[in-house]
Design a protein around this ligand. Structure first.
Ligand SMILES: [Zn+2]
Length: 262
């Protein structure tokens, strides 16, 4: 009767002093994913047998087992069962050195062994932690939808908007442009391309969190012609509509930029 198997079959309830099913599944995955990069293949096979005999069979990391029994689970390259304690013993220094197992006591032929879980094996733990750290920074640096923080993508928005402030049509350069969120971040606006427009610093500060089309209308009275106002308004409204309609989808084609008729 094997502990993990019995839990799977529902014949026993998980015991509080033994490994949980979730942890077992996770640690098994760590054996192939991380421990395989720590110890040599032949040592890994011996560890896998010990892991099975302890954590799978009993739910605990302590077992008493003769090396020959460990070998009986392993087949040679010719397909013969190893069943030979010297073959198994040759793989042990690698496992001792990396603190994968410890022999607590010898009892005749058998050994009292502690089989450490992959997440408790120092070199393995290091690999797990390293991967977790990388997973945490990944969304920030690799999010293809972020056109606000990435310098190269900011220039894509500037080029899309023809190096001109969307609100007042002032010419912009790579040195003086800012990106303005159509829907402010405070109101749930994203850093996606269609929520960003190129703007001059003055418009960006004057607009603050006000409605972009209302703001354009203010500029119409002071800074831009009626023709410019209507053209820019269509453009901003098209971007807003695209944002609202496709928030869950990938980056679509931007609405055509208004071509100046003057
Ligand atoms: Zn402006």
């Amino acid at each position: 009767m094997a502990y993990i198997n019995d839990i799977l079959k529902g014949t026993i309830e998980p015991l509080p002093d033994r490994i949980s099913l979730e942890r077992y599944v996770q640690e098994s995955a760590f054996v192939t994913r991380y421990l395989s990069r720590v110890v040599k293949d032949k040592a890994l096979v011996v560890y896998q047998v010990l892991f099975h005999l302890s954590w799978f069979e009993t739910g605990k990391g302590e077992i008493i087992v003769p090396w020959a029994r460990v070998g009986s689970f392993i087949r040679s390259e010719q397909g013969n069962i190893i069943d030979n304690h010297t073959t198994v013993k040759r793989r042990l220094p690698d496992l001792f050195e990396h603190k994968c197992i410890a022999v607590n006591r010898q009892r005749g032929n058998a050994n009292e062994i502690s089989v450490h879980l992959p997440s408790d094996i120092p070199a393995c733990r290091e690999l797990i932690d390293q991967e977790e750290r990388e997973a945490r920074v990944e969304p920030l640096t690799k999010d293809e939808r972020d056109y606000y923080t990435d310098q190269g993508r900011r220039l894509v928005v500037l080029a899309r908007d023809r190096h001109a402030c969307v609100y007042c049509t002032t010419a912009l350069t790579e040195e003086n442009f800012v990106l303005d969120h159509l829907v402010p971040v405070a109101k749930g606006g994203t850093n996606r391309k269609r929520n960003l427009v190129a703007a001059c610093d003055v418009c960006n500060r004057r607009r603050s969190d006000s409605d972009p089309v209302h703001f354009l209308r203010e500029n119409y009275r002071q800074l831009i012609s009626q023709e410019e106002f209507l053209r820019q308004k269509d453009y901003v409204e098209a971007l807003l509509a695209e944002s609202a309609g496709q928030s869950g989808k990938g980056e679509g084609e931007p609405p055509p930029y208004p071509i100046s008729t003057t």
